[in-house]
Design a protein around this ligand. Structure first.
Ligand code: BG6
Length: 443
């Protein structure tokens, strides 16, 4: 049973109520965590009012809720209203002695990171035993990612900073690495001698819902590809480290990200397809969604082809696609071998791995995989354990931006077209042609 002090900034926000409190409750119920929780937000709420919000907004996200346990869980929570821009408000965080295992979770917009860090440091909450957990977006390009980091690094060391990519908390994503590390067969197969190409798909039927204000300045490339998708690709393709500790894993991921072949400007139009969903039947188009600019140029879909500049992957194309308002929801990594039969890592729903073999009669080996604990729960427990292996190092973020910035710049300058796809479809025709022109097809 872990003990510690959990300070949550942005406690009335959507992420906190939907993901973080439910994750803390389940960890508490399973006797993995007995934290003292200090919940803060700008809203001037009494303790009772806050607990009322928690009751209405968080409970519905929990399966098999035990009401008595929920009651005892909420007794560990104390609510404090705080304005992060006001230094004196931070004194409320030091009413009790500093716990040797203290986590401060930033579930707030990044524009508040710099002042918040400075104010935390003023009251001693950057002492070595304090860890900060940061939610994305940690920048919208290389320049802003560096600026955010600079303001944080004035007060916190890298080993105190836990950058969340919740895909890394999914057991099915971690399995990409663990299956490789423990199966010599996979180590042999995942090589240019055998692999024809690889596909990574993250398709969602959801539109932008109520998140238009957040999403419109972001788009699919920054929201999904820069982080979740490149991380999955990395776990599948990086050189296997000699051990699986945090620094070896992060170093291996970094070296892979640094070996992504830069996309040349002249190839961007044919290698990177951006598109936006348009209305279809009862489904609204992206530009009609609340808080979205009616002339928005933001992509809700992106498909691209990349290559990895490492000997074992030379010449192997990797196709990545992600989109909102697609025909169905699934996340899949497909390794297509020379000779055809693919290896499929189903990340969600229903995590599984399957391999089709040619025999007298075709043979399909399939194994359902444990979905394990919820991603947020796992990452919060890792943070309490000071285990950074499933969190990103700043250098990884920067390497991803270095590779992506030219795409963003070309789009900003309107050098490549924005295509449209009907809501509920699988993206624009051009995304299919990306593979078809090379004699391949999406799995
Ligand atoms: C988030 C994105 O990081 O991941 C969302 O901001 C997206 O736009 C979500 O819907 C998908 O996560 P999951 O776990 O539901 O696949």
């Amino acid at each position: 049973m872990r003990e510690g002090h959990f300070i949550l900034l942005g406690a009335t926000g959507d992420l906190a109520l939907r993901k973080i409190f439910p994750a803390l409750y389940v960890a508490f119920k399973d006797q993995l965590l007995a934290p003292r929780i200090l919940a803060t937000s700008r809203s001037r709420l009494s303790q009772a009012e806050f607990l009322q919000i928690l009751d209405t907004k968080s409970k519905s996200h929990l399966k098999n809720l035990d009401l008595t346990l929920w009651e005892s869980f909420t007794q560990h929570i104390e609510y404090v209203a705080m304005d992060l821009t006001q230094a004196q408000d931070f004194n409320a965080l030091t009413a009790r002695p500093l716990h040797p295992n203290t986590i401060i979770y930033f579930s707030i917009a990044p524009e508040f990171f710099a002042t918040t860090c400075a104010h935390l440091a003023q009251v001693g909450l950057n002492a070595p035993q304090v860890k900060i957990v940061l939610e994305k977006p940690l920048g919208v390009d290389l320049h802003s990612a560096r600026a955010i980091h600079k303001s944080i690094a004035q007060h916190y060391q890298e080993n105190q900073i836990y950058r969340i990519d919740h895909y890394l908390g999914k057991q099915s994503v971690q399995n990409l690495l663990h299956l490789r590390a423990s199966n010599a067969l996979l180590q042999t197969l995942l090589h240019r001698d055998h692999v024809d190409h690889v596909q990574v798909s993250v398709c969602e039927t959801l539109g932008v819902e109520s998140r238009g204000g957040f999403y419109d300045p972001m788009g699919a490339l920054r929201d999904m590809l820069q982080n979740h998708m490149l991380q999955m690709l990395t776990l599948l393709t990086m050189p296997l480290p000699s051990n699986l500790n945090a620094s070896s894993i992060r170093q291996a991921k970094l070296s892979l990200l640094q070996s992504l072949k830069p996309l040349e400007n002249k190839n961007l139009a044919s290698q990177v397809i951006r598109a936006q969903y348009s209305a279809d039947g009862a489904l609204a188009g992206y530009r009609q969604e609340p808080h979205v600019n009616p002339n928005s140029q933001t992509e809700t879909f992106v498909a691209l082809k990349l290559e990895i500049d490492r000997p074992e992957w030379a010449g192997v194309p990797f196709y990545l696609r992600t989109g909102k308002r697609m025909g169905s929801s699934f996340v899949e990594v497909v390794v297509s071998f020379k000779g055809g039969a693919p290896l499929v890592f189903r990340i969600q729903p229903n995590p599984a791995i399957s391999l089709n073999l040619h025999a007298n009669t075709p043979l399909v080996l399939q194994s359902a995989l444990e979905s394990g604990m919820d991603a947020y729960q796992r990452l919060i427990l890792d943070a309490f354990d000071s285990n950074q292996s499933a969190f990103n190092h700043q250098d990884e973020l920067e390497a991803a931006w270095v590779w992506l910035d030219p795409i963003l710049q070309a789009w900003q300058a309107n050098q490549t077209p924005l295509y449209f796809y009907p809501a509920g479809s699988f993206g624009p025709q051009e995304a299919f042609e990306l593979l078809e022109k090379e004699g391949r097809a999406w799995f």
